[in-house]
Design a protein around this ligand. Structure first.
Ligand code: PBG
Length: 340
């Protein structure tokens, strides 16, 4: 029997061998921590379907973000959660909205953390859709009608631009449009430039799929559509070539960073975007991916820390440069303690 001379096992012998030769190195600087912000004071509300994630009022949020910053995480992503909803999501661009206030507070206290804001309408519309509806809705038996609705793409662009501008005025460093309206990056870029915000960057949710993994987020952000679904504006999960067209279009419209979302079931999309375009690529390790692992680790079926590090490393290995994850803060602690 002839044994092979080249034995890959030699480089896998000990923890330090494996460290030295690992091709993908997850680091704290890859991570973005998302936060849900609510009005009021001294609030830290648990989210049932997302254990260990909370909705914070601004005073508590500031404390949280300070810790996140001290762990070396370079950026946070803010989502506003509000009861002030109307048909056209007008509260989203109110300069005294919670997100605008949160940005001002964070930037005043921790100026060097990168503040990214979600630019969308679904938490602010009474119907829970990410855009403006074309038709008037009727209430029957106190419920909104469930058929014959259509999103007005172009009317929505105007609102998204107003939201992005209000975030920029409050001091946001990066705005992240997630409504999946055609032309949203261009509309926002033009508005920002016209108003003197040439340095505010756009992180576009370019390839955002109509995914079933957003469920827990919608509980957290109170943003479920009251009827219908988001399939007319978010992508069909069967498609990858279309994702490349979405990304190409967003780059042409002026996106500085593009995103694939969700991450785990879409590693092939991440890889394809990375191989086809030379632009920073973000991946969103979404709420359903979080809750799945949380639930099974609570049952003792999975080791949370080990599984999370494997998942995030695989997202990076697929080609993501930056990762948005509800575990960002925990992972930073694990990586810093070098207990991987
Ligand atoms: C808003 C938005 C959603 C997510 C991020 N921004 C929900 C949706 O599109 O319904 C999902 C994030 C997550 O699941 O963690 N449009």
């Amino acid at each position: 029997m002839k044994f092979p001379k080249y034995r890959l096992r030699r480089l896998r012998r000990t923890e330090n061998f494996r460290k030295l030769f690992s091709e993908t190195k997850l680091s704290v600087s890859d991570l973005i921590m998302p936060y849900f912000v609510v009005g009021g004071k001294n609030i830290k509300q648990p989210i049932k379907s997302m254990p260990d994630i909370f909705r914070y009022s601004i005073d508590k949020l500031l404390k949280e973000v300070k810790e996140t910053h001290n762990l070396g995480i370079p950026a946070v992503l803010l989502f506003g959660v509000t009861e002030k909803k109307d048909r056209i999501g007008s509260y989203a661009y109110n300069k005294n909205d919670i997100v605008q206030k949160a940005i001002r507070t964070i930037k005043k206290e921790i100026p060097d953390i990168v503040v990214i804001t979600d630019v969308c309408m679904c938490s602010y519309t009474s119907h829970g859709h990410c855009g403006i509806l074309k038709h008037n809705l009727k209430k029957t038996n106190n419920k909104l009608r469930t058929t014959n609705y259509e999103i007005d793409n172009d009317a929505t662009l105007d609102t998204l631009s107003k939201i992005a501008l209000s975030h920029a005025l409050a001091g946001a460093d990066i705005v992240a449009p997630s409504a999946m309206m055609d032309g949203q990056v261009q509309a926002i870029r033009e508005t920002l430039d016209k108003n003197g915000f040439k340095d505010v960057a756009i992180l576009s949710y370019s390839a955002k799929y109509a995914s079933n993994f957003y469920g827990p987020f919608r509980e957290a952000a109170d943003s479920s559509p009251k009827f219908g679904d988001r399939k007319s504006y978010q992508m069909n999960f069967s498609n990858v070539k279309e994702a490349l067209r979405e990304v190409e279009q967003d780059i042409n419209e002026g996106a500085d960073i593009v995103m694939v979302k969700p991450a785990l079931s879409y590693l092939d999309v991440i890889r394809d975007v990375k191989e086809n375009f030379n632009i920073p690529l973000a991946a969103y390790n979404v709420s359903g991916e979080y809750s799945m692992v949380k639930a099974s680790s609570e049952k003792g079926w999975l080791n949370e820390k080990k599984v999370v590090l494997e998942i995030l490393t695989s997202i990076k290995r697929a080609g993501a440069d930056i990762i948005i994850s509800y575990w960002a803060k925990e992972v930073a602690k694990w990586l810093i303690c070098n207990s991987v």
